[in-house]
Design a protein around this ligand. Sequence first.
Ligand code: NAD
Length: 366
Amino acid sequence: MDSLQHQSIQDLFDLMDEDGHEQIIFCRHPSSGLKAIIAIHDTTLGPALGGCRMQDYATTEEALQDVLKLSKGMTYKSAIADVDFGGGKMVVIGDPKEKRPELFRAIGRFLAGFKGRFYTGTDMGTDPEDFVHARRESQAFVGLPKCYGGSGDTSLPTAHGVYQGIRATLKYLYGDDSLEGRTFAIQGVGKVGGKLANLLLQEGATCYIADIEANRCLEIQERDPQRVTICNWDEIHKVACDIFAPCAIGGVLNYLTIPELRCRAVVGSANNQLSREEDGFELQRREIWYAPDYLVNAGGLIQAATELEGGTEETVIAKTKSIYEGLLEIYRVSAQENIPTCQAADQLVDRRLNKVADLHRIYSGR
Ligand code: NAD
């Protein structure tokens, strides 16, 4: 091995040390076209659990950065949702339009080798049907269609969790959590954003919506033309409204977009909405209440964790409803301690992780 290669491998360990990642696994299987990276961030709370995302990443570096960031987010999401799982994520490098059953069986073969250290659910670019193939090789897959014994599409509980977060935010802002007459701007009306729009419209809200796939917006507008307005996807964050709901991509709250926001609060499903931690401070300075994404979008994780633990649909509903009280608590701590909401949520996570790590000091037998 020459010195340049040696240097690169050393950098990989430095990268893991930055956010405390435990393990990175690269998976390759040429005949199925599989190129994937699994990152396990932290298993203090239990085996790693996180989605399997398929995306046409421009470079391996981009995929690696994504999986590292997303797996860390899963540790935080599990801790705040109070489930006994750690944080992990898998990214498959490739165009989701070209996915084939062999690819998912190959993923299954790799995951079988982990013997319960990592479980995965669907994410952007993967569907419950893909996991039917993967499950033939390994038990590490959750969220299969109900007819295959799985708990089905996670976007439903995710949308319900965001809806709970929205109601809690209205309660905090106005002392009343009714949606009647309130105005929302939703960026991305796919699986989660589309369901969220329907929930809000059913209760008398007005919605501005945007999506890079125009037909998704048209379908929603057709159902309620009076109260739905379609906007440009790159301008939706500028709409004057009560709540802006990012439900598409990450990094949408940044130094360019934050000065353009005209909402009282941001509550949406997209992962990693804050481009940098400083953006949380900027939102606080501008008195825009930010609902930490990993708290309000935890509904899907709650469903996956409940499936693995053998709970029922009622368990999922009850835990998802508790996002309402959890978010109010974050807002209170943020106001009392004069810190951004993202910092208040991170503190809560750190306390939970430390408590469980401390419990692990007790030997409980083999
Ligand atoms: P999806 O792919 O079904 O929907 C995303 C939608 O956003 C699509 O309609 C897409 O066309 C649109 N979009 C993409 N880029 C856009 C842009 N720049 N501007 C406007 N629209 C854009 O995905 P989803 O399952 O609805 O997930 C949405 C977000 O929520 C993602 O960030 C995902 O990671 C996060 N999330 C989803 C779940 C879940 O259970 N599905 C759980 C937690 C978090």
